[in-house]
Design a protein around this ligand. Sequence first.
Ligand code: SAH
Length: 457
Amino acid sequence: MKPGDIIKLNILNTAPDGRGIGKIDQFVVFVIGACEGDLVLAKILTVHKTYATAAAVQVLAPSPFRQESFCRASSACGGCPLSHIQYEKQLAIKKQTVTDALARIGRFDLQTVEISDALGMDRPFCYRNKMVFPVGQAGGKAVGGFYAPKSHDIVPLDSCLAGEEAAMQALSCVVRFLNDESIPSFHEAKKCGTVRRVFVRTGFHTKALMVVISSFTERIRHLDRLVSALRETEFAGYCLKSVVLNVNQKINNLVLGDKNITLWGSDTIEDELMGLIFSISPHSFFQVNPVQTQVLYQTAMSLAELDSTKTVLDVYCGIGTISLCAAKLAKRVIGVEIVKEAVLDAGVNAERNNIKNAEFYCGAAEQIVPGLIGRDIRPDVVFLDPPRKGSDEKTLSAILSARPERIVYVSCNPATLARDAQYLADGGYRLTRAVPVDMFPHTAHVETVVLMSRVEK
Ligand code: SAH
């Protein structure tokens, strides 16, 4: 087998990243664009010692789970790699991903763990409250859209069913301005030009819209005309509240640079979550799917079984969303977060919602958590919501030494969740429930809430 070969494959299974899995004898082939149950012709892309990768070039017999993708750009864009798979099947695949990680990486006995069906959306479209569009040049003109899979080629798009129409309108407005005024957008290879990204945030409940224009240069000619054009746009369903110029003069792939200059309106927008108001600045982490965040947090709160006697530790707390939900139910909440701006936002958000029993510490969990436990803080319930790489032994062992009744782990990566849950299980906790939540329909991502309870000795 070599790159370029075309082979016939039955797709037997789905990999955690959404690719179909076929086998030739025992040799595994991961196939982009294939669906479990398909018979496809696949073109080999790369060949490795134990596996190969391929792309489906023709479906000879379609799987019963296959559907016509809802997006014209699905093969070029790569943003929704599961869009050719029926939604119910996507949810089943996500549950299987979580189940497999707990069994294979965590070595859990699945007879003793209740794994729920993945909680999906009734209407799995227009779910994103944040869209980031790369802007660049093609044929001497400014273009904006999405990156093609595994490349920095920009696929121009005029609609996207994952995001809001208002976000596309903001992008079109910026691209039109650049072309009308003959202002060069950022040229990645030549490292020159101006606008490199359009970043749009929307408030699901407040209907506020923030447009952040990330630029390589701090000065852009006629910027006032762009602000006027944005202000004159009738955004579908949203009201423009903030236009920010973000300056990123470094050659990197970061979405935003450090410097924000508010061009018009307010520095932040607000949104509501679980009955609380949150102020969100361009740099703050805020969950992207507002409908499913509610489902995620409700699940986490119900597994935590809080009451007014409980002390709660919320590790990796971001702008304090989980902390403040918990504070309404518990006696005291302590949040820990590494990003300074997020900790400041958390304090402001506590005040804004008149919550007085929450306090926040800024620093790395692995340093702050052992310190708090060392100072005799004894949480009854611990929330963990780490980034994809998961938690670490210093943080987890400190938590184990405090012997909380319950640990509710919210994870965006089943593999690191399974690893960390195994560590906690070895330290005297039993994994009883796992609830996968679909925060990103049509992608392979899955969020999971897990309950670990102390085994009484
Ligand atoms: N619970 C929040 C944020 C979850 S995202 C919410 O639901 O919105 C994970 C958070 O962990 C991010 O805010 C990130 O800045 C923070 N983080 C990453 N590494 C960390 C570390 N070593 N110590 C503390 N916080 C960290």
